[in-house]
Design a binder for this molecule. Structure first.
Ligand code: AMP
Length: 431
């Protein structure tokens, strides 16, 4: 697929695509748009960053525009379900962007924000409703929305939806949909549970797949720094002295951890904020907005809060804590190097996280280069991993060689600190 013009999308959509500066459909778009325009059900395996939103949004808008009717009160013609508020908000934004030359109304409902305006928008009439499951069920139960006019149903990030325990809600919602409809399901991974759901919901779906996890990981320059747990914050401050790190997304395992790191950065003079599930919706949105607009340099996030966050120009992802699920690692680092841009992912690994690193390397089928040249390098973690033969592409031979080099250098702490200030700047630089 070389250009969008070959895709037979309505002119107003092609104009919006040109406005956005897109020239070529991404692989998932090239594969998904034609069958979706034919009205087929579709099962898409694609991660955030692949252009999957436009892959389902463009055919949806095309379909609604071709058969345009006045939006009916409380009876949307399309429903898009997303697991998190942020993702729902982003999908709604994308619909507005791609649909800017069309006369279709879309709206978004999610928990944690006032329900009144949502009720009002539904009563006024929406062609497309984007929703998170809990709030949608509330609105359905209170009679503010009916799903019997839905022609297209899209379930985004199905795997995360199930991980977050939404399966019963999803089942209740889909039970209220008409039998005759087009169903689209996107998921970053295809575990049995998602396959089962797809089987229940879809009719002879086309299956499209892009970017197996390894491919995403290959685009990002990755490094790991071994560091004792209690030195992670100091190491982070050191790294952020490097101004090449312009816009950085920092991941922590816990909500409290995210707050602590953001506070620490704030005290060290780095403009930052945190987003996680304990924050009020408007506080999260404010933080995201500040990050997008460049008012803050660092955004600290937990995995769930960061799901689907789409911010262009993230130069670095820092894993302050390594995730215990390799999939999360791939999702995290996929936030940088979007749309072909360069991106760097730096991971901190403490004594308790070496097993996570090993699992990650197995999943991405590559070993993450180690940077030893920093002031808090914990040689014993490196040694622990070197003695472990379980890592991918990283037999003991390779590790020992690294260790050999290190022994030859044998820097003391202060020497290392100086090196870090000079050469260590390269930690945050593209190779
Ligand atoms: P998504 O995977 O839907 O989260 O999209 C990832 C990013 O790619 C978003 O910032 C989109 O604006 C951008 N994008 C989507 N499709 C294209 C395209 N065909 N060409 C260039 N950028 C795109």
């Amino acid at each position: 697929m070389t250009n969008f013009a070959g895709l037979e999308l309505a002119q107003p959509l092609l104009r919006a695509i040109t406005d956005e500066g897109y020239t070529t459909p991404s692989p998932i778009q090239g594969k998904s748009i034609p069958p979706l325009l034919e009205g087929r059900d579709l099962l898409g395996v694609a991660q955030t960053g692949t252009g999957k939103t436009a892959a389902f949004a463009l055919p949806l808008l095309h379909h609604l525009a071709q058969n345009n009717k006045k939006a009916e009160s409380r009876r949307p013609r399309a429903l898009i379900l997303a697991p998190t508020r942020e993702l729902a908000g982003q999908i709604a934004d994308s619909l507005k962007t791609y649909g800017r030359h069309l006369h279709l109304r879309s709206g978004v409902v999610f928990g944690g924000s006032p329900i009144r305006p949502q009720i009002k928008a539904l009563a006024h009439g929406l062609h497309i409703l984007v929703a998170t499951p809990g709030r949608l069920l509330d609105l359905m139960n209170q009679g503010h929305v009916r799903l019997d006019a839905v022609e297209v149903f899209i379930l985004d990030e199905a795997d995360r939806m199930l991980d977050m325990g939404f399966i019963r809600d999803v089942k209740k919602i889909t039970a209220a949909l008409p039998q005759r409809r087009q169903t689209v399901l996107f998921s970053a991974t295809m575990p049995k549970s998602v396959q089962g759901l797809a089987h229940d919901l879809m009719n002879d779906p086309v299956r499209v797949e892009v970017a197996p996890t390894a491919t995403t990981a290959e685009k990002v320059e990755q490094r790991v720094l071994f560091v004792p747990k209690d030195k992670k914050r100091a190491l982070l401050s050191e790294l952020l002295n490097n101004q090449d790190i312009e816009r950085v997304l920092i991941f922590t395992r816990t909500k409290h951890g995210a707050d602590r790191v953001a506070r620490h950065l704030h005290h060290s003079g780095v403009k930052s904020d945190a987003i996680h599930g304990n924050k009020a919706q408007n506080a999260r949105q404010r933080a995201l907005h500040s990050f997008r607009s460049g008012r803050i340099r660092a955004l600290v996030a937990t995995d769930i809060a960061a799901r689907g966050i789409d911010v262009d120009g993230v130069t670095h992802v820092i894993n302050f804590d390594l995730p215990n699920e390799p999939e999360s690692y791939v999702h995290r680092i996929g936030r940088t190097a979007r749309a072909g841009a360069d991106g760097i992912a730096i991971s901190f690994c403490d004594h308790d996280e070496s097993a996570y690193l090993r699992d990650i390397e197995k999943t991405i089928r590559q070993s993450v280069p180690v940077v030893e040249d920093h002031p808090y390098h914990a040689a014993e973690i490196a040694a622990m991993i070197a003695n472990d033969t379980g890592g991918a592409g990283r037999g003991p031979g390779k590790r020992n060689k690294r260790r050999g080099q290190n022994q030859r250098q044998n820097h003391g702490q202060s020497q290392r600190r100086r090196n870090f200030r000079r050469g260590g700047r390269n930690v945050g630089k593209a190779a």
